[in-house]
Design a binder for this molecule. Structure first.
Ligand SMILES: Nc1nc2c(c(=O)[nH]1)N[C@H]1C(S)=C(S)[C@@H](COP(=O)(O)O)O[C@H]1N2
Ligand SMILES: [Mo]
Length: 419
């Protein structure tokens, strides 16, 4: 018997293995397309979520790709169109790594009443990984890509078959230049097929829907994908996931207006600037936190010299987490927590701790994070009738597709302190 070759070019063709077997730490919401979330908050305890425990969110089938045959084309406002091999992307440019907490914009959809359409993710469509790849800027520079502010890079996934909508996202050029990678490794290993093997876009700090997997083409444009040309290019729609999905659409709205360009990129700001943009796009992540310990529904004992430690994690988008408070009385009063452990950068997890001198009885524990611009998690999700477009008076706006929910009350836990 010859030894097995585990080199990176031999990513096993193991898609015959059922999803639940390949990812035992995940709860499968749907097997085809693959959608699965973390089974427990404790998966977020480390600074990195193991590759097999990182949530999966796919719209189409997972493609089986041979990396030696795959290419990424670069087209649009460039000197000349080119096709890049994975080998060139990996070896002809510098290599950078970034720790990024990636959250699906549908995370927390399960807490909408009435129910919003789509898979009912609770808190588990979030994971932290160190992503390694090539800065997109270097590739654009090499081939004369125009990188002025106001331009867009539309990045297209290669997994759609027949007349399926192409998973395509237009990313503002300023964000591409500052932060984006064409990533080929996750936590130091090649990505699994489900996470985008052999190549994906990585947009640090932004909702997962921006980090296009199985990248097949990058197109430099002076607008986002919008309009007839992109709605029926070669018989397929490239605009669905930019212009129709991944928008904040309150109950009273029909189809959202399709903008060809924007100059406000913060999701939060778009949600507030209701005169300019009626239906925000899901770009950077809203600030959020989760208590990890103690666990839900536990009975604990407390004595005067041994306090109970409340720990958890917080993350945000392009603005760092500045502060996390906890409440042990369901939100009546709040206490300041301290950050513990290293600050691994603005796109990484922040861990917090509070030593609780607990009294006997039943307690509802909540955590609430604030980012450096003073934006706090709201308490609950609004009723659809409220018609909100942005966060107002402690309410997260109910929206048709259940996106972006960062309200803290549904994430709370209850514990009992015994003698
Ligand atoms: N090509 C392509 N890229 C994609 C998707 C997809 O369906 N197709 N899903 C997106 C969404 S909605 C999310 S949240 C992330 C999930 O990445 P993960 O499965 O590695 O966690 O991938 C994004 N990139
Ligand atoms: Mo997502």
């Amino acid at each position: 018997m010859s030894p097995k070759d585990y080199s990176e070019n031999h990513e096993p063709r193991n898609q015959q293995i059922p999803l639940a077997e390949k990812y035992p730490g995940l709860v499968v919401l749907s097997a085809a397309p693959a959608n699965a979330q973390i089974a427990s908050r404790s998966h977020l305890e480390g600074y990195l979520t193991p590759r097999e425990d990182h949530y999966i969110r796919n719209h189409h089938r997972t493609p089986e790709i041979d990396e030696s045959e795959w290419t990424v084309s670069l087209t649009g406002m460039v000197d000349e169109d080119v096709e890049l091999s994975i080998d060139e992307i990996k070896h002809s440019y510098s290599t950078e790594s970034v720790i990024h907490v990636m959250e699906c914009s549908g995370n927390g959809r399960a807490y909408f009443t009435p129910e919003a359409e789509g898979d009912q993710w609770t808190y588990g469509a979030v994971g932290s990984a160190i992503w390694t790849g090539t800065p997109v800027q270097e590739i654009l520079d090499e081939y004369g890509g125009v990188t002025d502010d106001g331009l867009w890079l539309s990045v297209m996934g290669g997994e759609a078959v027949d007349d399926e909508d192409v998973f395509c996202r237009s990313i503002p050029m300023s964000k591409v230049i500052d932060d984006c990678l064409l990533a080929y490794e996750m936590n130091g290993s090649p990505m699994t097929a489900e996470h985008g093997y052999p190549i994906r876009l990585l947009v640090p700090g932004w909702y997962g829907n921006n980090s296009v997997k199985w990248v097949e083409r990058m197109h430099v444009m002076d607008q986002m994908v919008a309009g007839d040309e992109w709605e029926s290019k070669d018989g397929r729609d490239y605009t669905e996931y930019q212009q129709s999905s991944y928008r904040i659409i309150p109950a009273q709205d029909d189809e959202p207006e399709r903008y060809s360009s924007l100059d406000v990129f913060s999701t939060y700001d778009q949600m507030q600037a209701t005169d300019e943009i009626q239906n925000a796009y899901l770009f950077d992540q809203l600030v959020k936190s989760l208590i990890i310990s103690p666990q839900e529904h536990t009975t604990l004992t407390s004595s005067s010299d041994e306090r109970i430690e409340i720990t958890g994690v917080a993350w945000s988008g392009d603005d760092t987490v500045e502060r996390v408070e906890v409440s042990v009385d369901g939100g009546d009063t709040w206490r300041e927590t301290e950050f513990v452990g290293p600050d691994l950068g603005r796109h990484a997890l922040r861990k917090f701790r509070y030593n609780w001198d607990a009294e006997q009885g039943e307690h509802t524990l909540l955590s609430r994070a604030t980012d450096e611009r003073g934006r706090k998690q709201p308490a609950t999700v609004s009723d659809p009738e409220a018609g909100l477009r942005g966060i107002e008076t402690e309410k997260y706006p109910w929206n048709q597709n259940g996106y972006g929910n960062n309200a803290y009350v549904p994430l709370g836990i209850s514990v009992t302190i015994g003698e």
